[in-house]
Write a protein of this length. Structure first.
Length: 394
């Protein structure tokens, strides 16, 4: 019998697929590594960095980003849960992995087996992990989380002494780290972060009184890494900074996106003009006719919509870049399609590249801009770029 023909199953090269495709995201791993180096230099050699790659690396691709960060020497990677941690392990990543948002009953054996480091704060976390570590005859490092005011995850400071006693009695668990998370570190006008820091200091004193001196003490997310060196302790957990974004900071009542750190966005998001049409003045564009042309216009249709993660709230608000010029989004963003007015852009034609996030010449649109136009945060924009959008790495 003839061997089956497999050539029709061979996928085209991802790069050409993406560049020929309807919409794609370009992820520069070199820029990610550069941003990591900037952060490392900023915090200095005494402070370890847990590079946060949860939520598929904030939409950039967790495995690719983790491999790049590991190659750059990141000592820790932060993910949300064991499932994300296992994905990285199965890609051959051996850097330490911190599970930042707790565990589920039943996954403790796999956490131990995959050498993942859980964050703990509940009695049952400790009981179950101790049992699993005993069964596999290892001592499992854990990080204890203290809720210092966000009222989300972690033990209260009041419950800490009892939890410490419990941990001290565990032969197969070692308290390697203690952490908390800030609610609003980017708001420099508020004393909330100082209050949280003071509560955390109290927690550290309780730990010390119980004979626990974990080497990894960590509080700082990106905002704290940027602007609050007093919070750095022995480790920080930056996420969005590594992807090239300093958070808008509030200082003296003013919102500013400025950061002294020379970071660059890692991801650009692009598409191409699918079709162009001339539309007379006074015509309604798109679903529900929310945009009426004021004059004779040229409307370009681009194949990106909310199914790709381009939020519907950007309707009539966002702008894109075509041939080095800004072009406004007109009408409703729909599931697969968005319209932009290119009447002022000479020669705009089918196949032209359209920048949704990225830069061209002096013009740029970034995730902070998109977030501002649709009442969101850059995190949601980046994480929201859907799986339908191929990521192309360089
Ligand atoms: C516990 C924890 N640490 C660190 C981070 C990273 O935050 P950012 O991206 O603001 O640096 C997050 C993200 O939400 C988090 O949940």
């Amino acid at each position: 019998m003839n061997a089956p023909r497999l050539d029709h199953l061979v996928l085209p090269d991802l790069r050409s697929l993406a560049l020929d495709g309807r919409t794609w995201a370009e992820v520069s791993l070199a820029t990610l590594r550069e941003n990591f180096r900037v952060v490392r230099e900023h915090v200095g050699p005494q402070v370890a960095i847990c590079a946060v790659v949860k939520a598929d690396g904030y939409g950039h691709g967790a495995t690719e980003c983790a491999l790049a960060l590991e190659a750059e020497g990141a000592p820790w990677l932060g993910v949300t849960d064991a499932a994300e941690g296992r994905t990285l392990r199965s890609a051959g990543i051996w850097t330490r992995i911190l599970l930042m948002t707790g565990i589920w009953r039943g996954e403790e054996d796999s956490i131990v087996a995959h050498n993942l480091t859980p964050t703990v704060w509940e009695n049952w976390h400790i009981d179950r992990l101790e049992k699993a570590a005993r069964k596999q005859q290892v001592v499992l490092p854990v990080h204890l989380k203290v809720d210092t005011g966000m009222n989300r995850l972690g033990t209260t400071v009041q419950a800490l002494p009892e939890l410490c006693e419990k941990l001290a009695a565990c032969e197969h668990l070692r308290v390697e780290g203690v952490s908390t998370h800030f609610a609003a570190a980017e708001v420099m006008d508020s004393d909330e972060t100082s209050r949280q820091t003071a509560r955390f200091e109290k927690a550290l004193a309780i730990l010390a009184a119980q004979g626990l001196h974990p080497p990894l003490v960590h509080m700082g997310n990106s905002a704290a890494v940027s602007a609050r060196p007093e919070t750095w302790k022995t480790m920080v957990r930056p996420g969005i900074l590594l992807y090239g974004y300093a958070l808008p900071t509030v200082r003296d009542g003013q919102v500013t996106a400025e950061s002294s750190l020379p970071l660059r966005p890692v991801l650009s998001w692009k598409t191409r003009i699918l079709t162009v049409k001339d539309v007379a003045a006074g015509e309604a564009v798109g679903y529900m006719g929310t945009y009426i042309t004021q004059e004779r216009s040229r409307i370009a249709v681009v194949p990106v919509g909310y199914a790709d993660g381009y939020p519907r709230l950007l309707s009539n608000r966002a702008r894109v870049i075509v041939r080095g010029e800004y072009a406004p989004v007109v009408g409703r963003v729909s599931m697969d399609l968005t319209m932009v007015d290119v009447g002022h852009i000479a020669g705009a034609a089918v196949g032209d590249e359209v920048i949704l996030i990225g830069a061209s010449g002096t013009k740029s649109v970034d995730a902070v801009d998109l977030a501002a136009w649709c009442e969101s945060v850059p995190y949601e924009i980046l994480c929201g770029i859907s799986q339908r959008v191929p990521r192309v790495y360089s």
